[in-house]
Design a protein around this ligand. Structure first.
Ligand code: HDE
Length: 712
């Protein structure tokens, strides 16, 4: 290892320090051209007379306009819409038994990271909350060079061989003749592909599940998807799968809400991430690994190299080995997030590849795509992409070269420069590929062991709760309901019959095609394995960082407001006062609250919960505004926690909301279903207890029982 590297002293701020010389602050500065010449007038082009033509010699105008004309670069072919943040990673304990990767050894080292979350199908300007897979790409700036973990929020993928990626992406993107629909899989070509490429079946179950509409990037799991290798100092290898586990748990929106959010705030997920970091609510993800010994490669009833298969956590536990904290927003979206170039082939010693054919193909695609997106082979010199480790090699020139390499030689081997830069030995930190023995004939083929396309789709379906299964049926009905071709709809339903007959029949009924009476393929029988880890019902529940709208007007109940606000604040819930107008509200005891949003600028879809503040005058005022009542009704329909006084409850009753749920109120249920998400202050022991009950209900995320009582 060279001297610079040994003295590196990596810390959380190393990347920030590296970026510093490239950042510019214009405050208090005089305006200049790009050549540094000071500008006296940036308002007018140079003309022959004040009503005359613009002059060719106006270098200032030409420079400004030329730069503007070229401001855009091609968006990513997939994952075009994304949002990034900086942070750091710390390992919990040395992982030397499995890998020699330096950043996984010393718990005192904070390795800087940059993460970009993304949707897949939509353009750069599309909405955040569409039904889609989410990208979760992490660049670790380790002392041994960059390691990019380019994953998704789902653990499997649509295809098994990279050869099919262009086909899949062509099918999922807007259709070529009219470029519709934007950022949506609800169209013919997408479902035609899925129906005719049955290896997609497992992944489509994930894509139709709640995982495809995450509440927040902070509340998603991340998966490396492929099987990688860990290699230790002795050269011993283990198969490994990588995971990110969000400390806030895995939570999703409801579909109607997601669609409305796409209009009310297309930036919902990026705003959430930005605001959380600005407020100091740093998103945290634990880094998990599933490890399989080399000699266990063939011990499972799935091929561990097949990217359409997951490793059930109950079978191969996820060991949490470290934590990532995202604690800094970017200074400039384009310079950092848009120009970030991830590549699955960016690995460090101790991490290696396997023969997963999807992984192998990705190794080609990522550098290749940057050549056209970032305009040449020097994209590694763009500040966000630079490793912290020094770069020394004989690569030279190319578009936008920034490095000034000194000296006469740019080749290996040389004698004129002492044969520098010289190769490192393995002991000096040189990368040595794992010496896997490989032999075989050249064939275009798929392994027999990849041919089971249904077992894990069944596993996923079996692992879902009733509520989650209902959401999936609705998702299939929605998506396939938008498909024009009856044939494609029928083919897809037939395919689903191989996962679950009832699922297929219910989808068929919803979209008006023939319900299959038996599976269309010979599928493996008796697949009953459950993986409770796959159900979001079993996730972490916490009120922390949630957002609640406080609907209030003058005359709110001061004592109740104070207790509720204190309880919310203590639990880390962000409360925003929403009223008819901006300004200051005064409570019954003369205390004041600043209004943050009006009924016009806010919407219940932007919040996790609603508190209809007590106080007769306040309630009467809010009740007189139709949009305000709709606000609460919508929150109720989206299964959110609602806190109210008895007066407020009366108001909600007129809007059709009852404490025991409409079914019970209509006498349709034998046992009245108590709605755990509708908290009435008079049911609590006192105002403090009311505040606490509200917080506990917010922690539940959504009140799924209400959904079961509301609709089929
Ligand atoms: Fe990607 N993918 N991908 N992908 N992918 C890209 O690279 C590709 C796949 C993923 O925030 C592109 O720089 C092929 C799986 C993420 O900048 C491109 C195949 C997984 C991102 C590309 C796959 C991913 C990308 C487009 C099949 C999860 C966004 C722009 C063999 C494990 C990274 C770019 C960011 C981006 C190719 C499949 C994750 C074209 C050929 C599986 C998170 O190179």
């Amino acid at each position: 290892m060279n001297k610079d590297r040994e003295n590196m002293n990596m810390n959380e701020d190393s990347k920030k320090e590296q970026l510093k010389p490239f950042t510019v602050n214009d405050s208090g500065q005089k305006m200049t051209t790009n050549q540094g010449v000071r500008i006296t007038d940036d308002e007018h082009s140079l003309k022959a007379g004040d009503r005359g033509p613009t002059l060719m010699e106006d270098f200032q105008f030409r420079e400004k306009m030329t730069h503007f004309d070229h401001e855009r670069i091609p968006e990513r072919i997939v994952h075009a819409r994304g949002f990034g943040a900086h942070g750091y990673f710390q390992v919990y304990e040395p992982m030397a038994e499995f890998t020699k990767a330096k950043f996984l050894q010393d718990p005192s080292v904070k390795t800087p990271v940059f993460v970009r979350f993304s949707t897949v199908a939509g353009s750069r300007g599309s909405a955040d909350t569409v039904r889609d897979v989410r990208g979760f790409a992490t660049k670790f700036y380790t002392e041994e060079g960059n390691f990019d973990l380019v994953g998704n929020n789902m653990p499997v993928f649509f295809i098994q061989d990279a050869m099919k990626f262009p086909d899949f992406v062509h099918a999922v993107k807007p259709e070529p003749h009219h470029e519709m629909p934007q950022a949506s899989t609800a169209h013919d070509t997408h479902w035609d592909f899925i129906a005719n490429n049955t290896e997609s079946t497992h992944m489509i179950m994930w894509a139709m599940s709640d995982r495809a509409i995450p509440r927040s990037y902070r509340m998603m799991e991340g998966f490396g998807v492929h099987t990688f290798r860990f290699v230790n100092e002795k050269g011993e290898a283990h198969f490994v799968k990588f995971h990110w586990k969000p400390l806030l748990g895995v939570h999703s929106l409801v579909w109607d809400e997601a669609q409305k959010l796409a209009g009310k705030d297309p930036d919902f997920n990026r705003r959430d991430l930005w605001e959380a970091i600005e407020m100091g609510n740093y998103p945290e993800f634990e880094f998990g690994v599933q490890i399989i010994r080399e000699d266990e490669e063939f011990s499972f009833d799935f091929d561990i190299l097949d990217p359409t298969k997951l490793w059930p956590e109950e079978l191969i536990p996820v060991r949490r080995i470290g934590k990532m904290t995202l604690n800094r927003n970017v200074d400039n979206f384009f310079a950092e997030t848009e120009q970030a170039a991830f590549h699955i082939g960016h690995v460090v010693p101790g991490i290696d590849f396997t023969n997963d054919p999807l992984l192998q193909g990705r190794l080609f695609s990522y550098t290749d795509t940057q050549l056209s997106r970032l305009g040449g082979p020097n994209f590694h010199e763009i500040p966000i992409n630079r490793p912290l480790a020094d770069i020394h090699n004989n690569q030279r020139d190319g578009m936008h070269r920034m490095t000034i390499n000194q000296g006469q030689t740019s080749y290996h081997k040389n004698s004129l420069n002492n044969n520098d830069p010289h190769e490192a030995t393995e002991q000096e930190g040189g990368f040595v590929h794992y010496q896997e023995k490989v032999e075989g004939r050249k064939v275009r083929a798929r392994s027999e062991s990849f041919k089971d396309h249904y077992s894990q789709a069944v596993l996923f379906w079996n692992s879902m709760s009733d509520v989650e299964q209902k959401h999936m049926i609705k998702a299939f009905r929605f998506e396939l309901g938008k498909v024009q071709s009856k044939s494609v709809q029928q083919q897809m339903v037939n395919n689903l019959s191989n996962v679950d007959l009832q699922l297929a029949q219910q989808v068929a009924q919803g979209i008006g095609v023939e319900a299959p009476q038996a599976p269309t393929e010979e599928v493996r029988q008796g697949v009953t394995l459950l993986s409770p880890a796959l159900s979001q019902m079993n996730t972490v529940k916490s009120p922390a960082t949630r957002k609640i709208a406080v609907l209030a007007a003058n005359g709110f109940d001061s004592a109740e407001m104070k207790a509720v606000m204190t309880a919310l604040q203590t639990a880390g819930v962000t409360a925003e006062i929403v009223s008819e107008n901006l300004g200051i509200l005064t409570g019954t005891e003369g205390d004041q609250q600043q209004v943050k949003q009006t009924i016009l600028t806010a919407d219940s879809v932007l919040y996790d919960a609603v508190y209809l503040a007590g106080g007769k005058e306040s309630i009467a005022q809010i009740g007189s505004i139709r949009e305000a009542v709709n606000f609460v009704v919508q929150a109720y329909n989206h299964l959110k926690t609602i806190g109210t006084s008895a007066d407020g409850l009366e108001l909600l009753g007129t809007a059709g909301i009852h404490v025991t749920g409409p079914e019970a109120a209509a006498g349709n249920l034998e046992e009245p279903l108590v709605d755990t998400g509708l908290i009435v202050s008079s049911d609590a022991a006192d105002v403090n207890d009311f505040g606490q009950k509200l917080v506990d209900a917010i922690a539940m995320h959504r009140h799924w029982g209400r959904e079961l009582s509301m609709s089929k």
